[in-house]
Ligand binder design. Sequence first.
Ligand code: UDP
Ligand code: MG
Length: 343
Amino acid sequence: MSRDCQKISIVCPAYQEEEVLPLFHRELVTVLRQVEKDYDTEILYVDDGSHDRTLSVIRELGDRDKRVRFLSFSRNFGHQAALTAGLEHARGDAVIMMDSDLQHPPALIPELLGKWKEGFDVVLTVRQDDPHLGVFKRWSSKWFYRLMGWLSDTEIRMSAADYRLMSRRALDGLLELRETHRFLRGLVSWLGFPTAEIAFQPVSRKGGVSKYTLRRMANFAFDGLMSFSKLPLRLSLLLGLGAVGFSLLFAFFALVRWLFTPGALAFGSTFILISVYLMSGCILCSLGIVGEYVGRIYEQVKGRPHYVVKETSWDERIRFEDRHLQIGQGPHRKDSEHEHFAA
Ligand code: UDP
Ligand code: MG
């Protein structure tokens, strides 16, 4: 299928990036010129409630460049929220999301589009090991993804950056996931569309400072873990079963010892020890069972769809709003339909 003259949206969140934004825009536009014969392009900046001149810089860029659209938050809502807002407002047939600090090289864009043309719905970029990156960041990231691999059913690609291309159908799937704590890396993997990877060598920021402080990184990792694993909730059930098992084993040995050498065991302390283990095991188990129910409620509240459609035999995928229109529950319901329901 030819994808000629389709529209590409580039979504770029920016928080306190006044210094680097003009440089980023210049480099991005230079690369977009190479693909403009094949695609219409739009650049969607999301100002995440910056206190510096970021928004004015974006406005100036918009005055000079008709491709630029932007939206600005009332306050800082965070990187994942800014990305989500950009994705919701993007109009492209494919969307590329990238940081606006030049750590995600715009030069990769033609390659991302190439993979899309080959038929991939998601094109991830994967950071090669960066010798300039601090030892702590490298080490913590490696262990975080290892832990996620053990604890979660959703496989999340290690070192994948928030620099990726998504086709319209993958993006529509992503936008139907309405959960509050948004760990996009996990959500994109959860969707499961055909995915390609491109490796890149990370570079240092061209200006400004990183907004991911240790606290933010820890929050981000915690969000990922809590959204994609139920193991923390099951922990007390496992501990409880362990404690009950230990108490039963201990009781068995005490009984055997008492049968063969009566009087060798002090009855009182043995009884107390076994009861303590048994009771705490039972309490932990019931906490675990409550946890299991909480986990199920959590899954339900997240409201993830039960499936995501990749392809249908009919012409066009029925979009979310259209579906509402069809079943007559949408906000734009026609009056005649009201009458029909009233009858
Ligand atoms: N960012 C954002 N809101 C925030 C923090 C960051 O929109 O609260 C943007 C930031 O402007 C940049 C991208 O997210 O374009 C990645 O942030 P940063 O470069 O600080 O993270 P790092 O690359 O150091 O992990
Ligand atoms: Mg950065």
